[in-house]
Design a binder for this molecule. Structure first.
Ligand SMILES: *[C@@H]1O[C@H](CO)[C@@H](O)[C@H](O)[C@H]1NC(C)=O
Ligand SMILES: *[C@@H]1O[C@H](CO)[C@@H](O)[C@H](O)[C@H]1NC(C)=O
Ligand SMILES: *[C@@H]1O[C@H](CO)[C@@H](O)[C@H](O)[C@H]1NC(C)=O
Ligand SMILES: *[C@@H]1O[C@H](CO)[C@@H](O)[C@H](O)[C@H]1NC(C)=O
Ligand SMILES: [Zn+2]
Length: 438
């Protein structure tokens, strides 16, 4: 037996006391964003004629609402769902307008502040944390996630290595975990990133879940054993570290990075529109105040540049690129930027088909799958398209739960089922690529 043989699985989920103290001492949820969402609503509607589409686009634009789905006004089209977060001071205007225009809507969330407070009151968070355990069923702040990574690096050094691939705009380290049995220096690899978009908190929760499951099950589960034997997994639990931090301290619905703009007061770039693949074309905005702002030039964001550099350097080995987003319940593959069929379509398509079936087998949750352009919407400059264009044959973007009921505020109670079913899909894709296809 080698020295890896200790009961790693028992220690996988434990963290030292200092982490707990850190948690108690830090200011928590910044008292829930100073009550800034009181009275805000989230509504869902489906404009079903071109006339209504135009009307809706117009009013969204005028009132500067925060669009949850799709991510930009230009992607609103007839027959597609739009979920929109309406600030309290314009909700009356918008609802009156919709009624007058005879556009039906459904209220998803009546008071956003109330939902936020219900979902994250600090007292139960503490109670649910055992003295030494790391709770994978709650959302964690950036500081907690980074401490957890350091702890994993220290206590599971035979399977995990933590390293930094660069610095964010605000100077935070961009940490990645390399996971896998160190049998050879070079093995085929899978890249997984979570949290490109700050407000999609279920993403980072999944990345942590994946690592936990790998450590807990690689002895007992032959599939996981095979995965860790034959592959390295590069896992980046929080891609957009600055944005994620900001979504904890200031604005729960922040999406972009936090870089400053020389000419506008608005900050941030959409880190999933900033890649050099049909950069800043359809589905991306040139305006710095928009949520889908593509940035001043490709890879302008240090986070994007760092990951692109890493992928370029390792592309010979990286067989799959998986990126985790929310929400829509979709499994997407290229292209995002155009309506066209990729070469090797049948391999990628069958991997996606099997993966969503595997996912559904757990709780019956349905995912749609297909090319991002025709399944979700057209968007240029995405990481998935870029990875594909750079020679990674299997590239996927997950849009995790749900389909708008809670939207970005997916309750912590749903972390476990969401991650459990998603694990099956990821394992399925991984096993698929270990086979020769085509
Ligand atoms: C609503 O509030 C925002 C932020 O306080 C403000 O910028 C905007 O002008 C207000 N809109 C209306 C219609 O009062
Ligand atoms: C991970 O652990 C190794 C030692 O096992 C150490 O050299 C390295 O600096 C650690 N990584 C980070 C980012 O702390
Ligand atoms: C992948 O999912 C399919 C069902 O969609 C299943 O038949 C197959 O056994 C799964 N493969 C693995 C390795 O989990
Ligand atoms: C398609 O598959 C073949 C055979 O596996 C491979 O050589 C080729 O690089 C793939 N093409 C793309 C674009 O992934
Ligand atoms: Zn996203």
């Amino acid at each position: 037996m080698n020295f890896l043989g200790k009961s790693r699985s028992q220690t996988a989920a434990f963290l030292p006391l200092y982490l707990l103290l850190l948690k108690i001492l830090q200011p928590g949820h910044s008292h829930l964003y100073s009550n800034r969402y009181a009275g805000d609503m989230v509504i869902q509607l489906i404009p079903n004629t071109e006339e209504k589409v135009d009307a809706v686009k117009n009013i969204y634009h005028q009132l500067k609402v925060d669009l949850w789905q799709p991510s930009s006004i230009s992607c609103v089209s007839a027959g597609t769902v739009t979920d929109v977060h309406i600030p309290h001071n314009v909700s009356w205007n918008l609802l009156a307008f919709l009624q007058k225009a005879n556009i039906q809507y459904k209220i998803l969330i009546e008071d956003l502040q109330k939902i936020l407070e219900e979902g994250s009151s600090l007292q139960p968070r503490r109670n649910r944390r055992s003295l030494s355990g790391y709770n994978y069923e709650i959302y964690h702040s950036l500081e907690e996630i980074q401490s957890w990574m350091r702890h994993m690096n220290k206590t599971h050094s035979s399977l995990i290595q933590m390293f930094s691939i660069g610095k964010s705009y605000e100077g935070r380290s961009l940490f990645v975990l390399k996971l896998g049995r160190r049998s050879q220096a070079y093995k085929r690899a899978v890249w997984i990133d979570c949290g490109i978009h700050a407000r999609e908190w279920i993403g980072p929760a999944f990345c942590q879940w994946f690592v936990k499951e790998a450590l807990l099950t690689h002895r007992s589960d032959p599939t996981m054993r095979k995965m860790l034997n034959h592959l390295y997994f590069y896992i980046m639990p929080v891609f957009n570290v600055d944005g994620y931090h900001f979504s904890w301290t200031h604005d729960r619905f922040w999406r972009k990075t936090r870089s400053r703009n020389s000419r506008f007061r608005c900050r941030g770039v959409d880190a999933n529109r900033n890649w050099k693949v049909k950069w800043c074309d359809e589905g991306a905005s040139m305006h710095p105040c928009d949520d889908t702002y593509c940035g001043p030039f490709p890879e302008s964001e240090p986070e994007v540049k760092a990951v692109a550099n890493f992928l370029r350097k390792h592309r010979k080995y990286i067989r799959a690129y998986l990126s985790f987003h929310a929400y829509a319940q979709m499994l997407l593959y290229p292209y995002s930027y155009k309506y066209a069929t990729i070469p090797n379509f049948s391999c990628v398509e069958s991997a996606a088909y099997k993966a969503v079936n595997a996912l559904r087998s757990v709780y019956g949750v349905q995912y749609r799958y297909g090319p991002a352009s025709s399944t979700l919407y057209v968007s240029s400059g995405s990481s998935m398209d870029w990875a594909y264009k750079n020679g990674i044959p299997y590239t996927f973007a997950f849009e995790l739960r749900d389909t708008g009921h809670f939207g970005f505020l997916l309750p912590e109670m749903l972390i476990k089922p969401t991650c459990t079913e998603t694990m099956l899909a990821v394992k399925n894709i991984t096993m698929h690529l270990l086979k020769k296809c085509p």
